[in-house]
Structure formats: C-alpha cells, structure tokens
Design a protein around this ligand. Structure first.
Ligand code: ZN
Length: 424
C-alpha cells in the first residue's frame, strides 16, 4: 500500500479531507472533471455550541483536483441516519431533506451520493470512477470478474442509479465487505482513517490494473493509413456544419485516441461509457466516420436513433421536459483519432478527456476479458434526464458572446492583436 501524506502537523480533519480529495482528484485514472466524491465524519460544534458529528461531503459539481474547505458541505449525521428506517425515498425528497440537515444553509449543495456516505458506518468514505475498476465492472460477467480480481470481501452491487436505494444497498454490504464495486459505475472504499480509505482504494485499483494486464492482450493494430490533410479538412468542415444546425459548435481533434479509432471493433469502442457521469456530458454513444461522404448519414442516423430513444422513454419524464441535444458530440475517425464537439474549446477538451477514458475502459474490457454490456435503454435514459445531475451542468457559466465561433486574429504576436487574442 502506498503511504499517504495526511499526517499534516496542526491540520484539522477538514484540511486532511481536502488533502485526500486533491490527491484523488489529481489522478485522471481515478476521477475526471467533477466526478467522484469524498467525505469524513467529524465532531464539530453546532450553532448553539453542542458537539455533534457532522458529515463533511463534497459539494455537487466541485472538482476534487482543486477543491478547498469551502467546497465541502456539512450535514448533521444523526438527522441523515434517521432515514435508514425508510424503505424508499424519491430523489426530490432526498434533496429537500438533505438540504434541511445542512450545518450552514449557505454551503454548496451536497453531492447526490450524500446518503451513501452517511449510511456507510465508517469515518471516511471515498468514491471514484477508476478506469481499471470500471473495465472490470462494465461487462456481462462483471460480478464474477470483480470477485476474481478483487476478492470475495469486495461487494459487487448491481447497477442502480445513485440515490436512496443504492445508499441502502452499499450500507448493507458494509457489514461483511471491505469495499464495494458499483457495477457499470465505480468503486466505494471506507476506513477509520484517511490513510485506510485512500490506501484501500489505491490498493484495489492497482489489483484491478494487474488483473487486466495479466488477462487481456491488445489486438494487433489494424493498418490504417494516416488521413490526408484534404480529407481531414473535408470531414471537419462537414461535421461542423452538420453539428451546428441549431447551435454553433467548435471541434477539437484528439490524436491521442488514434489507437482506439484504428481498432477493428471501433464501433463498440464508440458505444462504451465507463460511468454514468461520462454519459451526462458525452451522450449515450458516439459515431464512427471513415470518409467525408459518411458524415451526414452518420450524424443523421445518430440523431434519428436518439429521437426514437427519447420518444420511447419520455413517459418517464414530467410532461413538457425538453429533449437534450439529439446530435453526437464524440466522433471516432480511423486514421486520425477522436473529434469532439461543444460550444467552446474548453468543454470540447473536457469531452475529449471523458471520451478517452470511456473508450479506453471499453478497449481494456474487450481485449479478451468480457463482452461490453452498457446500461439498458431505460437506465441510460434515467441518467441522461436525471434532474439532480443536470443541475450540476446548469452551474456552468452561460456561454460567452462568441461561443461556437472560431476567430482568426491577425498580428496576434504582439500589441493590439495580442490583447484581442487574450481577451477572446
Ligand atoms: Zn459516481
């Protein structure tokens, strides 16, 4: 087990929690862009001076890599634990109830996984979407593979969208397991010290990585010639046009995904989603485009399939809920890599990073370990249209004036041109 530097002299428990969280957030193989969450149960004084146990948990949408003490919400644990007597509780009621347990009502909205952290009877809890664990957990035989790879003392919990039910299932698993894999989702570890929870998480991720490397073999790469400059320009121009019909999009080319785009099973890779968190941003799947002539049919095919999926499942939503964008924002191009679309370059880059990790998880699993088994139609839809998670995306600032535009600034090496480029 790798040592963790949490014994910071004079630091408070909250400061140690911040240090642990940042360490987790700094590793993209564990979590990406607001994914995952961490908590500690800490004795604090309430507003009238009583000592109470407070659950300090990451605020929703906060990034573990950069989180500070203010990024954690505090909730009175005894009030949360009263809910353990219930059989079920809809998300909206959980959110209302949890808001009333806040130590400081001005704190950030606590994570949707607050009850999971509260119900686990350990002082410290970590939840990550580690690539290696997600590779074990996204196939048809995941349950037995997880047991084989990580041991029988690690629970594997069938997919259920985070909320009350998942919190109960994880809490039940605690009594005779030391950690839990949430199938098609991620990993939860716990411990009585920061080091114990964090160390166990690293240990299990390492075991998952070793298991994968010992049991899978990368297929021999298919020889795909580099895409020519003219073909690339044509593909990108057509893509941008087709994807910008309702809202302007910019494209980002990620050549680091060439090894994924060149695989024979590239269509399966395009459909892989490591964890529900990724699906929220990069949709339920992507497309594969080999030539410029395929752009329109591929985008249109994705769109009509998405519209049909929305129509099939819309009864699960309050009447009048609008459809999210029916267009793909991740495109795999053999001979090139991956192209992602978004309203600005920064979020296109985020999409590329999420796609890289989702695609890699799919590839690791498909390299002789198991068959890929994504979320069912209904499970995917319930994530895609998950009100409490869509709330996270609404926290993003509104698109700036030139969102979706590509601006060419001449003379930008110095003077006025440079200032304009910086301003943009
Ligand atoms: Zn999660």
């Amino acid at each position: 087990m790798r040592a963790a530097p949490f014994e910071i002299p004079g630091a408070t428990e909250l400061e140690r929690l911040v240090a642990r969280s940042r360490l987790i957030g700094a590793d993209p193989a564990l979590v990406l862009h607001g994914g995952g969450n961490t908590s500690s149960k800490i004795v604090e004084r309430d507003h009238v001076g009583r000592e109470r146990i407070v659950l300090r948990i990451k605020g929703t949408g906060m990034d573990l890599a950069t989180i500070g003490p203010d990024g954690f919400a505090g909730l009175f644990l005894d009030e949360l634990l009263l809910l353990q007597e219930r059989e079920s509780m809809p998300d909206e009621e959980v959110i209302d109830y949890v808001a009333r347990c806040l130590v400081d009502p001005r704190a950030p909205r606590p994570s949707i996984e607050t009850l999971l952290h509260a119900f686990v009877p350990a002082t410290h809890v970590d939840h990550v979407h580690a690539d290696a664990v997600c590779a074990l957990a996204n196939g048809r035989k995941s349950r037995s593979i997880v047991h084989d790879a990580l041991g029988k003392d690690v629970a594997s919990i069938g997919y259920v969208r985070p909320g009350f039910e998942l919190s109960r299932r994880v809490a039940e698993a605690c009594s005779d397991h030391r950690a839990a894999v949430l199938l098609k989702h991620g990993l939860v570890t716990w411990g009585e010290t920061h080091e114990a929870s964090y160390g166990l998480m690293l240990d299990l991720v390492e075991r998952a990585e070793t298991y994968l490397s010992e049991r899978t073999r990368r297929p021999r790469p298919r020889t795909v010639p580099d895409i020519g400059d003219d073909d690339l320009a044509e593909i990108l121009t057509r893509l941008r046009g087709r994807l910008s019909r309702t809202r302007r999009q910019v494209l980002l080319v990620d050549r680091s995904q060439r090894w994924l785009a060149d695989r024979r099973d590239v269509a399966d890779i395009a459909s892989a989603r490591a964890t529900p968190d990724h699906l929220l941003r990069i949709s339920t799947g992507g497309i594969v485009v080999v030539t410029a002539a395929e752009v329109e049919p591929a985008v249109d095919g994705f769109e009509s399939a998405y519209r049909a999926y929305f129509d099939r499942n819309r009864v699960r939503l309050p009447a009048g809920t609008p459809m999210r964008s029916p267009l793909p924002n991740v495109i795999l191009v053999p001979g090139l890599g991956c192209v992602t679309a978004s309203s600005d370059a920064r979020s296109a880059r985020v999409n590329a990073e999420l796609a890289l990790h989702s695609h890699s998880v799919g590839a690791h699993l498909l390299d002789g370990l198991d068959e890929l088994e994504g979320l069912s139609d209904e499970e995917a839809f319930d994530v895609d249209y998950w009100p409490s998670e869509l709330y996270k995306l609404t926290l993003a600032p509104p698109p700036p004036e030139f969102s979706g535009h590509v601006v060419l600034v001449t003379g930008a090496a110095s003077g006025i041109g440079r200032e304009i480029a910086i301003d943009l």
